[in-house]
Ligand binder design. Sequence first.
Ligand SMILES: Cc1cc2nc3c(=O)[nH]c(=O)nc-3n(C[C@H](O)[C@H](O)[C@H](O)COP(=O)(O)O)c2cc1C
Length: 345
Amino acid sequence: MGVVPPQERRLPHTADEVATYVVGAAVWAPSVHNSQPWRFTAGGAEITLHADISRQLQVADPRGREMMISCGAALFTAKLALRSLGYVPETRVLPDPADPLLIARLRWRRQASPAVAEERLFDQITRRRTHRGGFEPVPPDRGLVEALRQDAAQHGTLLRVAITDQARAVLAAITDMAERVEHLDAAYVRELTAWAPPPGSTRLDGVSASSYPARPDLMSPYFPGRDFAAGRGWGLQSSAAISSTRFAGLVCLLTTPADVPAAWVSAGQALQRILLRSSTFGVAAALHSQPVEVGWLREAIRSQLGDGSYPQLLLRLGTVLQNAVSLRRPTESVLTKGRGIPSAD
Ligand SMILES: Cc1cc2nc3c(=O)[nH]c(=O)nc-3n(C[C@H](O)[C@H](O)[C@H](O)COP(=O)(O)O)c2cc1C
């Protein structure tokens, strides 16, 4: 989906059109392995978001934690899309014991002009891309870290920045260890490669071979990316414009006070707000969930944090020259229309 300049956007009018527009934006949220584990139901001025359990990573994510984080990111994006139309989203987030895959119900009845800051975030939805590798030797803007901490706090989560070289080196070593441990599990490798379509594939999910480097970037300290190519030589050749000295960037942990589905959805909302905010500063993010997928390594990180909070994701933030490709399934394949409260229009 290309970015349509605001003056050329035909604004949706009916509730049906609003739902299509909102879900069309929400699908651009990040999701683990680009699994897009969500489905939306629309009826009247209401959208219901459920997790799509058929897309859960049964091996890497047996509790559905990353699936819920991905859905939380889609929820935040949907709310932002409603704000871009001048609607005030009313959200009821899980839990519903009778409907365990329900993430949220989203209604729009009132109107209020979007703030400039909201419009800026909205404009980044289709521009933002996950980065995989090192960053240019350009430090992020000084105001960024404080802005991101506030973004995390808006959802009851914490963004912890690894300030010392020692802390960064420890997190890099844990990521490296996690990557190695996961690769000892044949079922994990099978699942990973099933979400990595070959170059030229027409699939609209999974991690495209145009979105990861063919050879791992050398960076210090070294944070290994996922081995999507699994030795098959796939991936992007690095551009000559990219400097050979690459940096790990600003290393952060997104944490939550509890480790329950509602906290995972909050982490997803915070994640997308953080990624979009970074993008407004010209900063991209590399995401590492390997260190929080191996239970004992996740616990090792948690015990170092000192406040008992639960690490949900490791992020590295920095400046890049090359932008990766990312694909999504069409809106119609994730949106069912026709249920919900009657429309006012
Ligand atoms: C919970 C979660 C975990 C993720 N973990 C990783 C990861 O370990 N390695 C990685 O390269 N990308 C990771 N990603 C990023 C996804 O692969 C990415 O969002 C997806 O491929 C879509 O690409 P895009 O973000 O560029 O649109 C993760 C995303 C989420 C939401």
